[in-house]
Design a protein around this ligand. Structure first.
Ligand code: KG4
Ligand code: ZN
Length: 341
């Protein structure tokens, strides 16, 4: 089975071909960073228009890269999967509409994929050896969640951010420091020359439960910089990054212990962060936990993860209806646990 995956939930236009064994035959990501950088963040209407222009050639490149033709009369793949939520509604509509059109034209099933579930599958693609349950630390620009994953499609929400997502905090602090957009990579680069102990930023809810909070940290950064305008950006970035890393590692370990997990999976754009990856590697090694970290390209938004989730979904739950709506505010489909799927 060959799956064409399409991802357009935010500002990456992506298409990929993945087979049923989870092998990535091609993965193309066209970033819209240049479109949005001058505004300091994603402008939804511009994102939709850019997806509209970029998606057809990106899909063509993904098919071509997998050695498949784009003959309109012959289906090059067995299923077309696209992200249907959560995300920006206009952006989601561009990708899911094209996916439905292609599925109709090729007479193959369409599968609507949950973007967050896609992120969870990214870690699985590289680590088929994982034993369930695992804890997924899902840290992206829009979401920050701790999940117990009992198998593909089976999630229990343990905790989530009460305010800003981890990636959102990176983006806001970078913007405040004038480091540019997207903020995560800019903070990581700047932090390399800094002292992570220069500022004692708060670690909210460190010793309590599984929920997280990052908005107080962001405010603390703003206050600290206003109080010490001569402080180096590198020290501020390094101290901020360390505070986020400390909280995520502590919570991830606590969650793993609470659910008896064999290991921890990192997922989402913030999981591309080198300091976070290194801290989890040390912590998991010390606790005898497995650690599944996708490659950096598979942490940030991509369509291979959507295709992989789509393959599983088609096999276990069947195709989605062609009138499947875009669901901008969707959470993870946690109810599948109850359905025993
Ligand atoms: O998963 P993703 O690509 O899109 C969403 O689903 O939101 O995550 C994007 C987020 C952004 O907030 C970005 O600043 C952050 O991931 N990010 C990083 C790094 N690379 C991307 N945060 C910290 N360090 C990085 N290297
Ligand atoms: Zn994402």
């Amino acid at each position: 089975m060959l799956v064409l995956g399409i991802e357009t939930s935010c500002d990456e236009t992506a298409a990929a071909v993945v087979d049923e064994a989870g092998t990535i035959r091609s993965s193309v990501v066209s970033s819209q960073v240049d479109v949005h950088a001058r505004y300091g963040g994603v402008v939804p209407e511009l994102a939709s228009r850019a997806h509209l222009a970029l998606l057809p050639p990106v899909v063509g490149d993904a098919l071509h890269g997998a050695g498949l033709g784009a003959d309109p009369g012959r289906a090059p793949v067995d299923v077309v999967a696209a992200t249907v939520g959560p995300g920006l509604v206009g952006a989601l509509l561009v990708g899911s509409s094209l996916a439905k059109g292609l599925a109709m034209a090729w007479d193959v099933p369409f599968v609507g994929v949950n973007h967050l579930e896609g992120h969870c599958f990214a870690a699985l693609l590289d680590h088929p050896e994982l034993r369930w349950p695992v804890v997924v630390v899902l840290v992206s620009g829009g979401h920050t969640m701790l999940l117990a994953m009992d198998g593909p499609g089976r999630y229990r929400l343990l905790g989530q951010t009460l305010d800003d997502a981890a990636g959102e905090a990176f983006d806001k602090v970078a913007r405040f420091l004038g480091l540019g957009y997207p903020g995560g990579p800019a903070i990581e680069r700047t932090a390399k020359a800094g002292d992570p102990t220069a500022f004692a930023f708060p670690r909210a809810l460190l010793d309590q439960g599984f929920d997280l909070s990052f908005s107080g940290l962001k405010t603390a950064v703003v206050r600290a910089v206003r109080a010490r305008p001569d402080a180096s950006d590198a020290d501020v970035a390094a101290s901020f990054q360390q505070a986020v890393v400390d909280v995520l590692v502590a919570k991830g370990l606590r969650a793993a212990e609470a659910v008896g997990a064999s290991g921890i999976c990192l997922a989402g754009g913030v999981a591309a962060n080198g300091a976070l990856r290194a801290a989890f590697a040390d912590a998991c090694a010390a606790k005898g936990l497995a650690l599944a970290v996708p490659s950096r390209a598979m942490c940030t938004d991509n369509a291979a993860m959507v295709a992989a989730a789509g393959a599983w979904q088609l096999t276990h739950l069947g195709p989605s209806p062609l009138d499947q709506p875009a669901e901008p505010g969707a959470g993870l489909p946690l109810e599948r646990v109850l359905a025993g799927a």
